[in-house]
Each structure stands twice: as C-alpha cells, then as structure tokens.
Design a protein around this ligand. Structure first.
Ligand SMILES: [Zn+2]
Length: 250
C-alpha cells in the first residue's frame, strides 16, 4: 500500500510493498532542486510541486532548478530543461525561479574532494553550491534526489566493484545522514538517501507522472564511467541497470 501523509510541514511517503519510506520538510523561502536530467530528480521535482499544492504553499515556497552540466556532452541538460518547462505549464501558480547551471569538465579533479568525498564531485560544484547560498538570501536548502544502490546481492552483477567509491558512497545497507555539508560548508538535503530507485519508481507511479519521462530522461553514465558519448542508453553501465531494475526498461 502506498500513502502520502502530512504532519504539519513534514510529508511522509510510504510504500509497504517494498518496505520503504522517506520524509521531507521544506520551510518558507527558496529551495534549490538539483536536477540531473534523470528520473530521481525528475520525480522529486514533481514531489515538491505536489507538496506545495497539498499544503497550499504557492506564495511561500519558490523552487530554483539548478544543474551541473558537463561542458562537452550535456545530453542530460535537455531533459532537465524540458522538465522545468513542463512543470511551469502544469503548475502555473508555483513560483519557479531561473534555471541556473554549473558548467564543469568531466575530468576535473580536486584532491581534497577525493579524500573527503561527500557526493560533491569537485571544487567547481562546491563553489557553485556555496555561491547559491551567498547569492540567494532566502535560500533555505539545496535538495539532491540522492539514493542508495539496490541491495548488494543485486548490484554485484552490474559491474560495480566493492572497492569503487561509488559503491561505498551509495551502499544501500549503510545508513546515511540526510544532511551533508560540502568542504566549503554548503548544506545539502538528501531526503531519499536511505532509499533506492525502487522507491523512486513507486513514487513516480503514485504521483501519476507521465510515462514519457521514463524514455526521455537520461540515466546512462557510459560503461567505462567516463564521458557519455551517445544519447542512447548503453544498457551496460550500472546506472542503466539501476533504471531497468526499478522502472523495467533502460
Ligand atoms: Zn548506460
């Protein structure tokens, strides 16, 4: 059974069939939603809209879509831009702020982020997030639709090695804090970090989100983990498999 309940400002979504739930709370002001062009952030963007409508917060909460965009490929930018257009049309009373991008290069590397990895890829991202708070006085939080991998016995077939940072950073069995702070101190809120993509798929259905996003969004990270060179899913990388596992298709 799926349910969405509210306790004052705290929304709790629960799916007893997959035994997962998460809660989210947003205070008045601007909330930055980190988009990726993929299904997790797409679903979460619709969830925030539902939250604002249900609690009648149209005049109190503004959504600022933000996105990291790899300079040379940027395939994932277009699904994200289309999503923001769709949201603006579907919810004319919800206040959507300007879309802001953080351009970066896939090979950018900063040693301190390697050591203190917190899901922020490099100094470029950290500076972007830090400046969001500096430049938006009423910014309350930055939300990432970060999730864990499926259980270990499932992902072990997907080419994710136990020693990979991405496995350890997203290991489902490890309980993570929903708030993280970047090296520079920017606060990031990750309400779904202790769930996995099966919860995203459940929420997607619950919110009646258009199935077109399953094919139009972009999850592939390329089989070698480097730069994505095709706009078609490679059907080999862990992120392609994660999508197929939860949504039934690449
Ligand atoms: Zn792929």
């Amino acid at each position: 059974m799926k349910s969405l309940t509210y306790n004052d400002r705290v929304a709790t979504y629960k799916d007893t069939e997959i035994n997962q739930e998460f809660s989210m709370s947003i205070t008045d002001g601007t909330v930055a939603m980190a988009l990726s062009g993929g299904l997790d952030s797409t679903t979460f963007m619709f969830f925030i809209c539902r939250y604002i409508i249900d609690l009648k917060l149209e005049n109190k909460i503004k959504i600022k879509p933000v996105m990291s965009v790899e300079i040379e490929t940027s395939h994932d930018l277009y699904p994200a831009l289309n999503l923001v257009d769709d949201i603006s049309l579907k919810y004319p009373n919800i206040n959507i702020d300007d879309f802001e991008m953080c351009p970066y290069k896939a090979d950018s590397y900063d040693e301190e982020y390697d050591i203190e990895y917190k899901g922020i890829q490099n100094k470029v991202h950290d500076t972007f997030f830090t400046n969001l708070y500096k430049n938006n006085d009423d910014l309350t939080t930055i939300i990432q639709a970060h999730t864990g991998w499926p259980p270990e016995d499932i992902v072990k077939h997907w080419g994710i090695h136990k020693d990979d940072w991405i496995f350890n950073e997203r290991k489902y069995e490890v309980k993570r804090n929903i708030y993280i702070y970047t090296v520079q101190g920017a606060k990031i809120y990750r309400p779904m970090t202790n769930n996995n993509k099966m919860l995203v798929a459940s929420l997607f259905k619950f919110l009646n989100i258009d199935n077109k996003y399953i094919t139009e969004t972009f999850s592939c990270t390329a089989p070698d983990g480097k730069v994505v060179t095709s706009t078609k899913p490679c059907q080999r990388c862990p992120h392609c498999w994660e999508k197929k596992w939860a949504f039934g298709q690449f």
